[in-house]
Write a protein that binds this ligand. Structure first.
Ligand SMILES: C[S@@+](CC[C@H](N)C(=O)[O-])C[C@H]1O[C@@H](n2cnc3c(N)ncnc32)[C@H](O)[C@@H]1O
Length: 208
């Protein structure tokens, strides 16, 4: 990835014209990977954080499954605006939450506050990101570590973070407050049968 992918100015420029784009794989494909985790959650009481939402329509797929308490966060205000528009286009209203926040600095809690809370009852039950840790990684390992600590602060102890990445070693950086495992390894399309196998990696991060 070009190093600019960790810079807000890059995304501002990009989202000034881009209204819809999916990184790595479609939301339908990502939801299929998430399905076993979503199946054990009660939609009406589950608080989900969608990190680095960009111009993805992932939140609409979650709403279609009756998950309405979804907080969509991006550090670029234009992305947050695009997210609202995508929900409005499909459902005719906006019921999910949208917030501007830098995932390497501080993330909102489900009730919208930024205060750190020692209680699980005001934390997320699931955090998802699709290629946001990848973008953050362009700023170096320490930025990914900061992101991981911010996610940990807003994640309930019983909850997990699911991160979709192009990298086979995205979280091989040490000092993370999570145990990391591979949830799925997704083959990417080939132009020719003889092309090498290339995968996208879906990580499951459990609080230590
Ligand atoms: C590669 S795009 C992925 C967008 C979307 N998740 C998708 O799958 O299409 C990375 C997104 O992360 C956002 N982003 C990058 N660094 C961020 C940070 N430190 N805090 C919050 N969002 C960030 C960018 O604005 C962009 O929307």
């Amino acid at each position: 990835m070009p190093t600019d992918f960790d810079k807000r100015a890059y995304w501002h420029h990009r989202f000034s014209t881009e209204t819809s784009f999916e990184w790595l794989l479609s939301s339908t494909e990502f939801i299929a990977i998430l399905k076993p985790l979503l199946a054990i959650l009660e939609p009406s009481s589950t608080r989900i954080l969608h990190l680095g939402s960009g111009t993805s329509d992932l939140q609409n797929h979650l709403r279609q499954l009756d998950f309405l308490d979804v907080t969509n966060v991006d550090y670029e205000p234009l992305a947050v605006e695009r997210g609202r528009q995508l929900e409005q286009q499909v459902f005719g209203d906006v019921k999910m939450k949208y917030a501007v926040a830098d995932a390497t600095k501080s993330l909102p809690l489900p009730n919208g506050s930024n205060a750190q809370s020692p209680h699980n009852d005001n934390k997320f039950d699931l955090v998802v990101d699709k290629s946001t840790a990848d973008a953050v990684s362009c700023g170096g390992d320490e930025q990914v570590r900061r992101m991981a600590h911010c996610v940990r602060e807003c994640l309930a102890d019983h909850a997990v973070w699911v991160s979709m990445s192009y990298s086979a070693s995205r979280f091989d950086i040490g000092e993370l407050p999570f145990d990391v495992e591979v949830l799925a390894k997704v083959p990417t399309p080939k132009n020719n049968a003889t092309d090498p196998d290339i995968f996208h990696w879906c990580y499951l991060l459990r609080p230590k």
